[in-house]
Structure formats: structure tokens, C-alpha cells
Design a protein around this ligand. Sequence first.
Ligand code: ADP
Length: 424
Amino acid sequence: MAAWKKELGWTLLLLMGVALIGSIIGLFIPLLFLLIIGMLVWQVIQINRFERWISKGGRGKYPKAKGIWEDIYYHVYQIKKSEKKRKKKLGKIIDQFRKSTDALPDAAVVLGEEDEIEWANTAAKNVLGLQPSDRGQRIPNLIRFPIFVRYLKSGNFNETIIMPSPTNSHIILAVRVVSYGAGLRLLLAQDVTQLRKMEQMRKDFVANVSHELRTPLTVLKGYLETLQELDEPLSPLLSHSFQQMQEQTERMQYLVDDLLLLSNLETQPKKTHCVDLPALLIKICKESENLLHSAGRIELTLETNAHIVGDEQELRSAFSNLLGNALKYSPKESKVQVCWHQTPANLVLDIIDMGEGIAESEIPRITERFYRIDVRRINKVAGTGLGLAIVKHVLLRHDARLVITSELYKGSTFSCHFPVERLC
Ligand code: ADP
């Protein structure tokens, strides 16, 4: 039977007993009054005992009680017991989490809404120089690199920043912030010194090899030209061989030139001037038409006279590559439109051809180094596969983006979007 029913039963029995005795001895009202007072006092005593037990945290076994109070003590005791178990389990999980984050080689720091340090793992001490006593301090007051302070302030955490370690300037860190929960952020700092070293070695190697190949190639080309200009007539076999050798050395020369250009884009500091883009485009269009024997194919529209801040040489390479591709990968008699115009947020150069187009699946890949579509066609159209990689790099150095839209067998549009902040 439920405890409250039992309690009610006992109370009713007592009332009936007192009522019976009271009416026999003629003291019904006083006896009833006495009973109610007695019951009230008993309940107050029970409440008091319960309050004392619970105020001490309800620790240990509960005091002995009768009736419904025994049930109340029992239930509260059970709740406390399972809560204790849960706490113990949670403590274990937190302990394991702490141990695993402490074993991480990367620094992890939890930041509050005001960039104050809420928690940091052991690596944060070695890599970022944070001490346990720094908890609660604002991290930009402790790590003062301008790039880091700007990154935190910007609130744009899509990218990773590279900065030296505050404890050792020879260590290079890749720092990233991840937002989570209500206003909380996790700052992760990874030691990328080795990766950076290898990347630098790769860049140096490509630059050195390309540079060293230039001289032998020039010598080879010179001899081949001299041999072909000899007065004595050459046998058809020799003549064909010389022609092949000349074509291949020329191809190698383009490759070396493109590789050198790419490595310069990766290593050289940016040089910026105010570039007269309309004038540059007029020049490039003429040059491309001459170079690729495509007179009259390019239609240039200058909707704006906007000049932009940039490196003329780099922009010339990028636009020449895009124009060269538009002419190369479309039928000989088709038109190529070049349009320089302005939108509210961007200055845009569109290069539109009516050529073979690019399949949607290939578009993300064509800006990769050495990536060329359809090997069978490559033999017909000369190229290094480095042109669009150069375009991508140049645009990156000008805070611009390349947008490619294309439809197979209909044509392609390559658009360079420069931010209006580049206007000059
Ligand atoms: P390359 O032209 O030297 O092969 P790029 O990096 O300039 O190298 O271009 C990569 C590939 O993208 C090309 O091989 C070609 O298949 C494709 N491509 C580039 N521009 C166009 C275009 N306008 N139309 C069709 N395909 C193109």
C-alpha cells in the first residue's frame, strides 16, 4: 500500500478512537483538540529532524523514522546516492579528458567572452608560455604579436594564422580559434616548424633547379638554331629530328619559365603601384592576338576606366595566361570577349570564350599545378599545366578571387574579382 494511504489510515483510526473515548467520558472536543495539537507537534519535530539532516548534506545513513517520514528519508537518500555515483563518473570523464588534453602535443586554451583564459593544457605552457597563474587574464595582454591580437579582434576564425612561439622564436606555430557554446572559444596552436622547413626546402629546390636549367637550355637552343641555319642541306631525318628537338627545348623553356615565375610569386615580397588596367588590357589583347595568330578574335570592352593597386608584371602574366587559354581552347574563328567592369563590391575582369568548355567536376582541379584535362587533347594544344596555378597565385597576392563558370561544348568564363578597396 502507498505510504500516504497508510498514513491517512492511521490518522483516521486515531481520530475515531479519540472520538469514541471522548464521547464515552464526555470530553470529545478537548480530547480532539489535544490529539490535533499532538499530531502537529510530532510533524514539526519530524520536519526539524529532516531539515537538520539535509542541511548537513544528507550524508550517511538517514535517521530512524516512522510512517511517511521513513519513505521520504529513503527516497531522498536514494536520489543522493545516485547523484554521488553520477558525480564520480563525471569526475572520471573530466579527469580522462584532462589527461588526454595534457598528452596532446598541441596547445589548447579555452577562452571566455572577453578573451580571458579559462583553462589551458600543459602544452600551452611550453608552446605559448602560459602559466597556471595566468588563468583569468586576457590572452592578448600576454601574447602581444600584432597578427595574433588582430586575429582575435577580427572574430573571423575561418583561417589559420602563422606566428612565432612566444617562448622560442625559432618555433613556428599555426594558430586557430574554434567557437563553441555560449561565447566560449577554443584556441589551438600547433608546432609547424618542420612542415614549414620542408615547404621552404621544396620552394628553394624548385627555384634552384629552374634557375640552373635556364643556362643549359639557352645553350642547347642556340646550337640547334645554328645547326638549322647551316648552308648544307640536311637529310629529311636530320631535319625532322632538329625540329623535334627545337620544339621540345622550347617546351622545356616554357616549363622552366613558368616554374620560376611561380616560385617568385611564392617567395618574393609584393611590389605594388597604381596599375592602369585599361591600358594594360589593350596591350595584352594585342600581344595575345599576335602571339597566337588570332587577329581580330578578341573583343575588348572597357566599361570602367578603373586603375588598381597591384604589380603590373604579375597582373600581365595572369591575364595573358587567361587570354591565351581562351584563344587556345576555342575554335580558331570564334570570338573571345574581355570585359573590365565594376560592381558595388568588386572590380571584375571577365574573359569569355565560346570554346570546348570544362566539365563541372574538373573545375575545382584545373588550378592545381600540372593539371591538364584530357590527355588525348593535350598533344594538340601546347601548355605546361602551370598557367592557372600562376593566375591563382597572382590573384591571391592581390586579394582577388578567380570565379570559373563553364559549360561543356559551349564555352567558359574566367572572372577575376578584385575588391573595390584596390581602386587607385
Ligand atoms: P595549360 O593551358 O598550360 O595546359 P593551365 O593551367 O592554363 O595549363 O590550364 C589547365 C587546364 O585547364 C588546361 O589544360 C585546359 O584543359 C583547361 N582550361 C584552361 N582554360 C580553359 C578554357 N578557357 N577553356 C577550356 N579549358 C580550359
